[in-house]
Design a protein around this ligand. Structure first.
Ligand code: PMV
Length: 358
């Protein structure tokens, strides 16, 4: 697939220096992306809630370099971090075809998360989205195309190349990535905003219960790759696309119970796919299953619309509408928190996407 955006060229022979900064949130997929091909293209469409409190702040100071080759330094939470620096450098080197201006620059990048790095929360979505916003702005400024409006689809395209789910983190409120007949303007190349959404989903809560902060035994990259040999892959991709159609109707109607059921079904499907991969693996922990049981029992007993979803890890995302906030919080504190690692909960809610910091 050819690159759908204009490649900008540097307009002057002297590169001016400057500084940009962007805050980008994490997101939680309701219909999951699991399985990819080519240059980070999804096997099925996915749809997520953009969060607000779990975010990454990234600042980049840029200046002209002398060697004609991109160079960077990287600080994570104020300290040098070689592993992250190598990852970011590799990512930026891989997008030089779309951003040739990078080869004229030295970038001092500093990044920090609002949530503890060791919390078991994947930060790649917010981190890659924040870097993408910064790079798009630098590219525009240097080419003389201004800095005011960033083309959000172009930023999403770049974020996607860093981490697939990051493509959705630049979209306000609800984002969808992957071509789907019922999502207007949808594309495998970048995420788009989801239209026709009932307002109940604009203030939906996602409280993240940290069951384990340990590093995952199987990375997302390895997990996506295992879908290639999974006998259920084909029906799964079809199911995900059907579920997007179903979810689109639910989002329009505001049916919270149907939304919660679909979110839970997707979480269980994702983990079932991992368990029936070859080799098989399990990312849920005993505490994950305890919390799932408690949520289901509580819902049965009280009829309160509290649901869960999971990412590729053991931590539980508790989903509920703002109207039951008080009940949900006391249930979480009294019943669910004892199953977490040291009482760790990240309270989050649907948010508005990227925020310019500089
Ligand atoms: O963006 P990646 O490659 O880390 O994959 C993330 C996949 C899930 O988080 C499990 C699902 C999703 O759509 O975000």
């Amino acid at each position: 697939m050819s690159y759908p955006f204009k490649i900008l060229n540097q307009s002057t022979s002297t590169i001016q220096s400057g500084r940009v900064g962007w805050r980008c949130p994490s997101n939680i997929a309701i219909v999951k992306y699991w399985g990819k091909h080519g240059r980070q293209l999804p096997r099925n469409a996915s749809l997520s809630l953009t969060l607000s409190n779990a975010h990454t702040d990234t600042y980049i100071s840029y200046k002209g370099n002398k060697g004609g080759k991109l160079s960077i330094s990287f600080l994570f939470e104020g300290e040098a971090n070689r592993a992250f620096e190598d990852k970011i450098k590799k990512f930026l080197d891989s997008v030089l075809d779309h951003y040739p201006v990078l080869n004229l620059l030295h970038l001092d990048i500093s990044s920090s998360n609002s949530f503890p790095h060791s919390s078991g929360i994947a930060s790649s979505a917010s981190a890659m989205a924040a870097i993408a916003m910064c790079i798009c702005e630098i590219d525009q400024v240097i080419s003389g195309n201004g800095s005011e409006t960033i083309d959000i689809h172009k930023a999403s395209y770049l974020a996607r190349l860093g981490s697939g789910s990051a493509s959705r983190s630049v979209i306000s409120k609800l984002g969808a990535w992957g071509t789907h007949a019922e999502i207007h303007d949808s594309s495998d190349l970048y995420a788009v905003a989801v239209a026709d959404v009932h307002e109940v989903f604009h203030s939906f809560h996602d409280d993240i219960l940290i069951v384990s902060a340990a590093e995952k035994s199987v990375s997302s990259t390895a997990g996506h790759a295992l879908m290639n040999g999974n006998v259920y892959a084909k029906p799964r991709y079809q199911q995900a696309n059907d579920r997007i159609s179903e979810l689109k109707k639910i989002l329009k109607s505001g049916d919270v119970d149907a939304f919660g059921k679909l979110a839970e079904d997707e979480a269980m499907t994702l983990h079932a796919l991992m368990m029936c991969s070859d080799p098989s693996y399990v990312l849920m922990e005993p505490g994950t299953l305890d919390i799932i049981r408690e949520i289901r029992n509580y819902r049965l007993e009280t009829n309160t619309p509290i649901y869960f979803t999971l990412d590729a890890g053991p931590n539980i995302h508790v989903l509920y509408p703002d109207s039951v906030k008080e009940d949900a919080e006391s249930f979480i504190n009294q019943v669910l928190v004892p199953y977490t690692a040291n009482g760790r909960v990240i309270k989050d809610i649907v948010g508005n996407g990227p925020k310019k910091l500089v």
